[in-house]
Design a protein around this ligand. Structure first.
Ligand SMILES: Nc1ncnc2c1ncn2[C@@H]1O[C@H](COP(=O)(O)OP(=O)(O)OP(=O)(O)O)[C@@H](O)[C@H]1O
Ligand SMILES: [Mg+2]
Length: 434
């Protein structure tokens, strides 16, 4: 058989070139393996291009899409005086020059003689040939690998083939790293924002707590200290009233008004004092409370009012709760005494108390057959000094329900009001289960 020396040589050359290609690509992928940030990756690529392919320089541009600009991100060769620095980095608008065209069209180009290509932009110095390969990720150009050479016709199709493979390998690595960097930045920003907002919130809470404490101690001091001179005023007024017997009937009447006003003021101050004391109690005073026992006590405390109104207090089988005993008595005594007080004329008050278990809470329902509360006032009757009826028809200072709400909140419970089926009032109170 005749041995075709030429075709053997040709085949040998092809195989040699394939081997070189694979060797270069292999060393590229090994070299890029440990690089993580996008900056490390682009610098890594330019360094490898020079080392493996014997180019004079290699520059990577990345596209800033919003600005439509290609920015030099890495440059090995004369443009890289030391470490990761680029001497006079340039930016190229998309579509401008050879690099800009390649980025716009997504087509790689070899320029055999740059002196004959009007698009050529001189960067650091004029060189006679150029190769520019787009870096494409998911059909979008994200940058360009570019190299120039001082000789005409330097770049070959083999160079092009290798650079195209390098661009494909680099693209996903760059995008991956960029996404990670953006995510990191985003997470960092988010954490910073959360920290800042939390600290602002904490500051606000402590400011509020402080102003609350200040207000409470002011209310306490004011109501406590005002009681003393008021008591003196009341006792001297009563003394004068008793001693003085030549008052005209008109003056006597004025005097009675004055005493009545002073006594009412005393009652208001006492109510305010109770109100401001709610948060003073220690949490260790919280105990398991048998609510049936509590209502026996309340009924005894309100014995007179019950008899006077010929009322009935009907108590169901009540569940145990966890709470502060003094406050719980105050709470339900206020609700029951309201139910007795705000009764319909000629109708004996009947108050029913039930309880039911709701997960970790016990819900109490206190229902009466009294005058009821117009639903439009259901939300504001828990405010301090809110009263719906003239003082002459129903006595009171308008502190009772505000105190009840404060006690319930102190126990992390809830209180609300509704109408009973008989047109009376119905209070719902949730307290922690015992
Ligand atoms: N069971 C009820 N039936 C009808 N109205 C009620 C009832 N409970 C409360 N109210 C209305 O809500 C207002 C506020 O009640 P709250 O107990 O705070 O004040 P008060 O009873 O007038 O005064 P205090 O309890 O301080 O002596 C009352 O003035 C009354 O108008
Ligand atoms: Mg009341």
């Amino acid at each position: 058989m005749q041995l075709d020396y030429d075709s053997l040589l040709e085949n040998y050359k092809i195989l040699q070139s394939k081997e070189r290609y694979l060797e270069i690509i292999n060393s590229f992928s090994l070299g890029l393996m440990d690089l993580n940030t996008s900056e490390e990756i682009v610098w890594g690529i330019t360094k490898q291009v020079i080392a493996r392919m014997g180019f004079e320089d290699c520059v990577i541009y990345l596209l800033e899409e919003e600005k439509g600009l290609l920015i030099q991100k890495a440059a090995h060769g004369p443009k890289n005086p030391f470490q990761l620095n680029i001497k006079n980095p340039i930016t190229i608008p998309l579509g401008k020059g050879i690099v800009g065209t390649v980025a716009l069209t997504g087509q790689a180009e070899i320029i055999a003689d740059t002196s004959k290509d009007s698009r050529y932009i001189v960067d650091d110095e004029q060189r006679l040939s150029e190769i520019a390969v787009p870096i494409i990720y998911q059909n979008k150009v994200i940058g360009v690998i570019d190299s120039e050479n001082s000789k005409v016709n330097f770049f070959t199709n083999e160079h092009l083939k290798i650079l195209k493979t390098v661009a494909v390998m680099g693209a996903s690595k760059i995008i991956n790293a960029k996404i990670k960097e953006e995510l990191k930045e985003y997470r960092f920003g988010l954490e910073k924002l959360v920290k800042q907002k939390t600290s602002e919130l904490n500051q606000l809470v402590s400011k509020l707590q402080k102003s609350n404490i200040d207000l409470e101690s002011f209310a306490y001091a004011a109501s406590h200290d005002l009681q003393e001179p008021l008591r003196t005023i009341i006792s001297y007024l009563q003394l004068i009233e008793r001693r003085e017997n030549n008052f005209s009937s008109e003056t006597s009447e004025y005097f009675r008004f004055v005493i009545k006003g002073a006594k009412r003021m005393n009652l208001l101050l006492q109510g305010l004092l109770d109100y401001s004391r709610v948060n003073d109690l220690d949490t260790d005073e919280v105990v398991i409370i048998n609510m049936n026992d509590i209502f026996i006590l309340i009924k005894d405390n309100l014995k007179e009012a019950i008899q006077r109104s010929e009322g009935q207090i009907l108590i169901g089988d009540l569940s145990e709760i966890k709470g502060n005993k003094t406050q719980i008595i105050q709470l339900f005594q206020n609700i029951i005494s309201n139910a007795l007080k705000f009764r319909r004329p000629e109708v004996s008050p009947v108050v029913k108390v039930y309880s039911k278990i709701l997960d970790n809470y016990i819900e109490f329902k206190v229902e009466d057959n009294g005058i009821g509360i117009d639903p439009k006032f259901h939300d504001n009757i828990f405010g301090l000094f809110s009263r719906l009826n003239p003082i002459d028809s129903f006595k009171g200072s308008g502190i009772g329900l505000a105190l009840c709400k404060r006690i319930v909140e102190y126990h992390q419970g809830e209180i609300s009001v509704g109408s009973s089926t008989e047109g009376g009032t119905c209070f719902y109170i949730r307290l922690p289960r015992g």
